[in-house]
Write a protein that binds this ligand. Sequence first.
Ligand SMILES: Cc1cc2nc3c(=O)[nH]c(=O)nc-3n(C[C@H](O)[C@H](O)[C@H](O)COP(=O)(O)OP(=O)(O)OC[C@H]3O[C@@H](n4cnc5c(N)ncnc54)[C@H](O)[C@@H]3O)c2cc1C
Length: 352
Amino acid sequence: MSSRRTILESLRSDSSVSILIIGGGINGAGVFRDLVLQGVDVLLVDKSDFSSGTSAATSHMAHGGLRYLENGDFSLVREAIHERNLLIANAPHYVHPLPTTIPIFKWHSGLLNALLKFLGLINKTVERGAILIKIGLSIYDLLVSSNLTVPRHSFMSKSDSLARFPLLNPSMICTATYYDASILAPERVCIELICDALEMGDHARAVNYVSAVGAFDDIVRLRDELTGETYTVKPKLVVNAAGPWIDQVNKSLKRHTSFVGGSKGSHIVIDNQQIRNAIGDHEIFFENDDGRIVLICPIANKVLVGTTELVCDDPDQVCCTPEEVDYFIAMIMKMFPQANVSKDQIIFSFSG
Ligand SMILES: Cc1cc2nc3c(=O)[nH]c(=O)nc-3n(C[C@H](O)[C@H](O)[C@H](O)COP(=O)(O)OP(=O)(O)OC[C@H]3O[C@@H](n4cnc5c(N)ncnc54)[C@H](O)[C@@H]3O)c2cc1C
């Protein structure tokens, strides 16, 4: 495995490379590893730390695609289940089955709406009641059944739910639990993909703190963010895997696009043992008052709370604002009204 300096110096003597990948998040890292395994010589660059962008700001979930059921997109659900199961199998040190519990507040709500949405006639959602959730999770189990990596769903009565989750909002009528998967450290999964590829030989080169800053003819200009030095590479193909920066990178490569709409989501991590003990190893997944699906889940011995979805045009400026913190505190209080939650319990926040 070559050092950063060696890789950069090698570009001075020979700037040709088969494929240049711009962006070392999960997509760039995955493409990098795939190509390297096929023997292609690839240069991966990231303007910052690898996996420091959106890939480090996730809800730490490997979703099995439950949400796509409402649109009747069964093939997408199957694909999501397949990919989630592959992650559980291939990265068992980071990805674990996650019991996901939905507190339910109504019995019949959402049935007609879900039918119309399934038929593609409307695109709004209303609060999902117990019957609808039962139907959804039963179909989901059927789709999972060909590969039972995780257990089937189950329902718990109100009294059993309160015994299991004592602080839960007592106005719920029952809970449903199905299984998804959690990724303890998504950024580590990304780093491992890159390290795995680098072990394949010198045709795999990866350097961080190197930005793609311009292009002319078939040459791409790179800048070492640590020294300011610039380098040129002559790739046969460029993969723009810059996530939310994709349009900025295209612009610097003289290709004008508007693929990314400009939104952000934030999370907070709170040190609240009362809630941590109350949820145990379960993610609590629910519809907030504004209709958004939000989560409160364990992360090591702390609690991860997310997420918002707000307009943000510049991915370099994303941060968790005081208003988002207020939103999170209110949603925790909705689900755990008797818990003592305060802003000084927030030990970390992140956005992407
Ligand atoms: C709030 C939120 C929660 C999410 N939760 C989940 C979840 O629980 N599970 C899930 O599977 N998905 C989740 N996602 C989606 C997931 O995070 C993204 O699909 C994924 O991380 C995108 O990865 P990426 O590699 O495309 O982009 P990124 O991870 O953003 O990587 C892009 C990289 O490009 C680099 N870059 C930018 N410009 C340049 C340049 N000029 N030169 C060199 N490098 C450059 C950046 O530094 C960055 O590292 C979530 C997304 C958000 C916003």
